[in-house]
Design a protein around this ligand. Sequence first.
Ligand code: GAR
Length: 206
Amino acid sequence: MNGGNELEKKVKIAVMVSGGGTNLQAILDAEKSGILRSGKVSLVLSNKASAYALERAKNAQVETAVILRKDYASQREYEDAMIDLFTQKGIDLIVLAGFMNILSSHFTDTYPKRIINVHPSLIPAFCGEGFYGLRVHRAALDYGVKVTGATVHFVNEIPDGGEIIAQKAVEILPGDTPEILQRRVMEQAEWILLPQALETVSKSYC
Ligand code: GAR
């Protein structure tokens, strides 16, 4: 425990991404502005070589890595490659920020209460296997709910089933499309909630 003493070591964070990386950007911006001060993004790992999130990491001088599922014979070997990398880099905390791959209990049990995910709905609505990205917002609009939002939670072996850390509600408005709603949920919830939750969890591991 360092009681927030900035001279002491920060928690080393790895962010796992698959796409645009706007949540990664929110975390990097939070580090710059001081909202995130107990942790430091040390590594960005993508399961897609073309993910724009990798550019965002490079622009922020953060080390990047790409590990592709297809390069491994089994899910276990794929996950072991990621675990080996995180061990080698001394990673303390992992953030799934738009990481579009389900991780098995082999991976999640290696990091109890040390993996955080952001999901674009109010869990337990519109979550679990098959609910990711725009699909979540399409499902919310199809159902006709009037309020949605975002959830930050710890990751366990159940997709979107780990302990909830923080949630924020966002209104659904007439004329919303999945794209419009996705943007509003990001702006009003995800990009605020994720860095704040990350600071809270990082602080608890300092
Ligand atoms: C975000 O909306 C995130 O909540 C969602 O994918 C988007 C990634 O955007 N994640 C999931 O649906 C996971 N189940 P980003 O790459 O710009 O951060």
